[in-house]
Design a protein around this ligand. Structure first.
Ligand code: ADP
Ligand code: MG
Length: 235
């Protein structure tokens, strides 16, 4: 479904993506892991056209995305940092986003799921980080698209909301969707991911199933398996 080919991205002298090749198959949950600053958000933004690569190409359903926009109708994106207009109310923002996208939206179900009914008339600038993140999730999941991209969706969520989010992701997968997710919460990866990639030094350092990673590193604990993967690299 998605193919990154020899992708290079530099910010000034900093090389973030260094000839990265990656194929993401259709259907299932695909987790992109890696330390802070390893380029996960840059990789996602390049797929969305929000970061322009210096070299290489990206294909979505067989077509290059560079300088194109139409393909974005077929995906939902949750940004890592949501900068909402502080003076709009939650419901005003939801309605605004609905008006921008000519697609059916099921926001009511999601508002209930995340317990946002009491916040709809509140201004976004007054909300706590976790509540803002729930709004961010409603905006992402309310449309029906074949690809869902989630950049650190768990940030600030309470344990109940985290369970709702995990169930939601699983439900979308069961409908045949492709979900691309970055997270530092290993329980999310362990419970949900069909495949993981580990990004390091601008390249894919590992790609495979969780079981394959555990076998390769001889470690049954995912957190420790990943630590083991990194320490071998720098040994
Ligand atoms: P991650 O999401 O894995 O934490 P990012 O992709 O956000 O990493 O960032 C990778 C590196 O690129 C970091 O060192 C970051 O500071 C740098 N970077 C990201 N965006 C920009 C930008 N617009 N301008 C300059 N440097 C950037
Ligand atoms: Mg990031």
């Amino acid at each position: 479904m998605i193919e990154f080919k020899k992708l290079h991205k530099k910010f000034g002298k900093l090389i973030v993506l260094d000839g990265l090749d990656l194929h993401i198959a259709k259907g299932g949950i695909f987790a992109v892991l890696g330390p802070n600053g390893s380029g996960k958000t840059t990789l996602i933004k390049s797929l969305l056209g929000m970061v322009i690569p210096n070299k290489g190409d990206i294909f979505f359903n067989g077509k290059s995305v560079l300088k194109k926009w139409d393909y974005r109708n077929d995906l939902n994106y949750l940004p890592q940092i949501a900068n909402f207009p502080p003076n709009l109310t939650v419901i005003e923002l939801i309605n605004m986003v609905k008006n921008l996208r000519p697609k059916k939206a099921n926001e009511k179900e999601l508002i209930e799921l995340f317990g946002l009914q009491g916040f709809l008339q509140k201004k976004l600038g007054t909300l706590s980080g976790g509540t803002k993140q729930k709004v961010n999730l409603v905006l992402t999941f309310m449309f029906d698209s074949e690809l869902i991209i989630l950049d650190e969706p768990t940030t600030g969520l309470d344990p109940i909301a985290l369970i709702h989010l995990k169930d939601l992701i699983q439900k979308e997968k069961d409908k045949g969707k492709t979900i691309l997710i970055t997270t530092h919460i290993m329980s999310v990866v362990d419970e949900l991911a069909d495949e993981i990639v580990f990004l390091l030094d601008g390249k894919i350092y590992f790609k495979g199933s969780i079981d394959a990673l555990k076998k390769q590193t001889n470690n049954t604990n995912l957190e420790r398996a990943i630590a083991n993967l990194i320490s071998k690299q720098y040994a």
